[in-house]
Structure formats: structure tokens, C-alpha cells
Design a protein around this ligand. Sequence first.
Ligand SMILES: Cc1cc2nc3c(=O)[nH]c(=O)nc-3n(C[C@H](O)[C@H](O)[C@H](O)COP(=O)(O)OP(=O)(O)OC[C@H]3O[C@@H](n4cnc5c(N)ncnc54)[C@H](O)[C@@H]3O)c2cc1C
Length: 485
Amino acid sequence: MKQKSIWTNEINEKTYPELNENIKCNILIIGGGIAGINAALNLKDNEGVVLIDKDKIGYGVTSHTTGKLTYLQGTMYTDIQKAHDFNVAKKYLESQKDAIKIAIENIKKYNIDCDLEKNDSYLFTTEEDKGLNSQRDFLSKTNTYFEDSKLPADIPCKDAIKVKDTYVFHPLKYIMGIKEIIKDKVKIYENTTAIDMDYKDNHYIIKTKSGYTITSNKVIITTHYPFFIFPGLIPIKIGLNQSYALSAKHKNENWNAINIDKEIHSIRFYKDNIIVGGFSHDLSDNIDYKKEEDKLINFYNTYFTNKPEEVWLTHDLKSHDYLPIISRLNENHPNLLVATAFNKWGMTNGILAGKILADLVNNVENRYEALFKIDRSPSLEKTKNFITSNFKIGKTFIGTKLDKNKEFYNKTYITNIDGHPCGVYIDEKGEKHIVRNTCPHFKCSLIFNNADKTWDCPCHGSRFDIDGNLIEGPSVFDIKLKEDK
Ligand SMILES: Cc1cc2nc3c(=O)[nH]c(=O)nc-3n(C[C@H](O)[C@H](O)[C@H](O)COP(=O)(O)OP(=O)(O)OC[C@H]3O[C@@H](n4cnc5c(N)ncnc54)[C@H](O)[C@@H]3O)c2cc1C
């Protein structure tokens, strides 16, 4: 992801030290995004809680979201119904309403200054004969109040509904607020990357990139994409989706919207800015990122006037049955917990994950435990998505290996140096930046992202800058020429 978004612009925060010794703790939380920080908040009164992040807390995907706290979530309910049944979809809806309640309670209780605003949420379609009737049907059957409506913007819209009791906020200010609240109770380490995990004598031993270890009774993995393959084999249980967003000056308006069509348009306002996002696509070995980003910019330019100030792109993770994974990893590892695959609704699901994970750690019953369990029941839809997703990843992996002499953009190319495939980027001054072209995570070959000027893994989404520094996992290693991995 680009390091900047509208949210990262405004923040002036306190930073925390890197871990520089071996330590022991009771509960280790790895990854301080919306999920990890909420877990830390709910566990702050437990003994011996440590939170580590590979960068600065909050600067992962959460700082690149649109920051809507809404339960009107595109086609999520009808999708879940297809993969499970009406009752499961209804329970998911209840969980999202509860997540919003938890967020509001936290913000009020701790007086978190995060520009929270009550905001009508619109769901709309741009397609002539699509309609929203199955969404209306679901909302009616669950006694959810909604109104038939018109979209309050001059963009194509054939049908729209709205709900009223939803919110928007500044996601990074929310995280910074929580960081302040927990700082005296939870030991925080930044720039501390977990690279490996061992299990011995009922303890987890986490190895960090700088060579130190953290020995913990319980471990919570909230790293967005988990950094390990075993245990749990999570990479085959989730998929990735790439989205784009931009912000520009605009008068503030009190609504947010998303459509249900193939091409997603998501809109909200923040102070005197509009944020437009969407145009998501799956990863593959043949993406022209600039072209994809331009689709968003062209859409924006057609209907709005001011020049975009920030444009950014980022991934989110999806599960094969549309429900997040918030769970103990398995029976053999009841003290290893994970929250991932929020299906692009991680503001609500991350906040909820914080509560469920804390309840699991403290053996407190949570009514959503079974809903988000990693080994919940299979279904035809889930199996179909599992096969399609893993087939695509396999095809992408092979595709990148076959196309060895690919030329990407402005003379950026892959070549062989000392028997290793390398990526070569030539900058504006004509200087060459050479990196390894193999992702340390699963050994996929990398493609060049011409929108952000990064090397990206089209299989599992790891990203590296032109000098080979890791930006985003699941890889935990760089791809510098001299890197051993
Ligand atoms: C364009 C876009 C718009 C979106 N808009 C919305 C919205 O309006 N509403 C909504 O509900 N959801 C939205 N989402 C989804 C939401 O942003 C994500 O689901 C959510 O932010 C994911 O949070 P997270 O805590 O799982 O991950 P992150 O925020 O990425 O946090 C993970 C943290 O773990 C750290 N980490 C990673 N690896 C390691 C390691 N090995 N060791 C230590 N630390 C590590 C990272 O540095 C990071 O800080 C949107 C997503 C996108 C892409």
C-alpha cells in the first residue's frame, strides 16, 4: 500500500521502542491494526499483555480504509445466506450491529477523539434491471428498518435504500486513542516483526526479525494475513482482493454509500473531503495497476470536480464463505488465536474480533464464537469458492514462473543474476534498483506495481519497495539482493 492516505496525513503520534531483549509474557498480541488494538483494549486488565507490530501501530490496512461503521454491507447478507442459511446471515447482521454498539461505547467511555459522526448509509445499484429486492427482503425479514430512497449524489443510480443508525469515523485517530488508553497496562513494541513461531512445553516461542524471542502462554495473531502457513494452513482458507481509494476537497455531507454491482463504488465524506473507493479486483499475474487505479480516478473525475489529493491502493482478505475467521486455531492449539478475512468490513469485524478474542482468552462465553470459528461447517458455495480461489493462486504461481523475461513498465524487467531471478527497476535518474524476484513467503515470482512502484506478490499479496524492503506481508523478509532467504 502507499504509505499515505487521508488518515495518515493528520496524525502526530507517540512512537514505541523496538524489542531489544528476550522476554516472557502471558498474552502476546501480534499486529496492532483495528483487530489487535481492540483485543489489547479488552485484555488490558489481564496480567502480562504485550502488543508488537512490525511497523507503527495502526499503519496497516486500517490506515487505508474508508472508515465506515455500518451494517449495510453490500451483498454480504445474501452472500452469507447462499453459503450458509438465513439464520447464519441474521446472526452476522446482529454481530455487526453489536460491533457498532461496542465502538460507540468505547468512544464514549474513553472519550476517544476520532471524529465519530452518525451517518445515513445507502446501498444502491447502477444497473438498469438489477434492483435491490433480495436485500430488501433480507432486511424486512430481520425487522431491520430501512427506507427506499434516492442517492443524494449525481452519479448513476437505478435503485437505492438507506438505513439511519450507522456511523463514520477517523480509523487511525480511533487506534491512536486506544493506544493512549492501554499504554500503561500493555507493553507495546513497534518495529518488531514476528518471523517464526515454535511450540514447546505449553508455551509459544515467537522469534523476531532482530533475533529476540518472546515466550508466551497465549498468542493472538492479528497481522491481517497470518505470517505462518502451519499450523492452520490459513493461506488456502482465504483469498485477497485489491481496492483503490482517493480523497479530494468537497463540502461535507452526512451520508455514505456503496453499490452492489460488479464495479464497486464506495463514498463517504470527512470534514471538507470526499473519499471515493472501490474498483476492486482479485490478484493475478497480469494486472496493470495503473490502469485499475485510473478506472477509479476516471469515475471520480466524471462526477466530481476537485483534483484528487491522495490516491491509494490496498488489499483486504476474504474468506470462502464470506464470514470472518475469529477463532482458536484448532484443538491442538487452543491458546493460539487468530482474526482475519474481514471481507472488506474490518471496522466492525475488527472491533468485534477484539471482544471475541478477549472472551476466548478469558474463557468467557461469547454468542458469536461458533459463527466465526475457523472450522465451521462446509457448504457447496464455500467449497466452490475454495476450489476457484486456490486454482487461481496455483495458475498465478505457474503464470509468473513461465513468464521469465517479463517487461513491466518503463523498462522495468525480470532478469537472471547469478542464477537468481531478479527484478530491475530503473528510476527517473537512470539508476538501477535490483531486487530478488522471488517472494520469501511461498516462492511466487513478483510483478511490478506501476501505480505504487512496488514489487507485489500476485499469489498472497506481499509487497516490497523498489529497494526490496518489505512493506506488507505475509512475507516477513525483504527481497534485497543480499537477503539470504
Ligand atoms: C479500500 C478499502 C476500504 C475499506 N473500507 C472499509 C470500511 O469503510 N468499513 C469497514 O468496516 N471496513 C473497510 N475495509 C476493510 C478494513 O479496512 C480491513 O478489513 C481492516 O482494516 C483490517 O484490519 P486488520 O487489523 O486485520 O489489519 P491491519 O490494519 O493491516 O493490521 C495488521 C497489523 O499487523 C502488523 N503486522 C503484520 N505482520 C506482522 C508481523 N509479522 N509481526 C508483527 N506485526 C505484523 C501490521 O504492521 C499491521 O499494523 C476497507 C478495506 C479497503 C481495502
